[in-house]
Design a protein around this ligand. Structure first.
Ligand SMILES: *Cc1c(COP(=O)(O)O)cnc(C)c1O
Length: 232
């Protein structure tokens, strides 16, 4: 077995075990294979294992990869997004995970309207208040949802967070729990037409804890494809 296939079997086993511990159904958690910087051949190998959902953080790379791979896959935009790149995304990605400001939401609304479709989005929340990360503060999250909830071409499906890098995943449990609390609070306030159902949280270092805390989307890159090399 190659590394990617072996890694996927290992990740799958850990996802199942975390679901079991939390009394959750495996089908309630979707594994997003984060393929940024990785070649199409790696994506094809993950596809042959049965992976159908991939995450990328750069629009140009998404355009290149979706041009080359024409099989029906689910692509997610998980990275920070500049307004001038939004126009490429409607019809190309299933979901944008990184909505954290009004100007961006307005641009998504405009571009989705042009394509006559409704874009699924998540609001990104910087739960640990790290200076180096994008995202809304937890305090700004609900007011932000109130600002954009009536946009006709945006469907707010839930929340996303990138937890701090850590050797000890337990230290991120509080942030995952906090994100779920925020989602519950917004749902109790009935801010959106339909209750939000998506929590995108957990990466290679901490996805098992995130699943225990209610993640419905986990974004795993290194744990599947190995270390990334940004210099090539
Ligand atoms: C790169 C990236 C991931 C995957 O990170 P790994 O630690 O390699 O699993 C997940 N989410 C976002 C937003 C990313 O940019």
């Amino acid at each position: 077995m190659s590394n990617i296939t072996e890694n996927l079997a290992d990740v799958e086993k850990k996802i199942q075990a975390a679901c079991d511990r939390a009394g959750r159904d495996r089908s309630d958690v979707t594994l997003i294979a984060v393929s940024k910087t990785k070649p199409v051949s790696d994506i094809r190998e993950a596809m042959s294992y049965g992976i159908e959902t991939f995450g990328e953080n750069k629009v140009q790379e998404l355009r290149d990869k979706t041009t080359e791979i024409t099989e029906p896959l689910h692509w997610h935009m998980i990275g920070h997004l500049q307004n001038n790149k939004v126009k490429y995304l409607p019809g190309m990605v299933d979901m944008i995970h990184s909505v954290d400001n009004l100007k961006l939401a307005q641009e998504i609304e405009k571009q989705a309207a042009k394509h006559d479709l409704v874009m699924d989005v998540l609001c990104e929340v910087n739960m640990a208040g790290e200076d180096t990360k994008f995202g809304l503060t937890p305090e700004d999250c609900i007011p932000f949802i109130e600002q954009i909830k009536d946009f006709e071409h945006i469907r707010i499906r839930g929340l996303m967070t990138i937890a701090p890098y850590t050797e000890n995943p337990e230290s991120n449990r509080q942030y995952f729990r906090g994100l779920k609390d925020l989602l519950n609070k917004a749902n109790e306030m009935k801010l959106t037409k339909e209750p939000m159902d998506t929590l995108s949280m957990g990466m290679t270092g901490d996805y098992e804890v995130a699943i225990e805390e209610g993640a419905t989307l986990v974004r795993v890159g290194t744990g599947i494809f190995g270390e990334r090399n940004y210099n090539i």
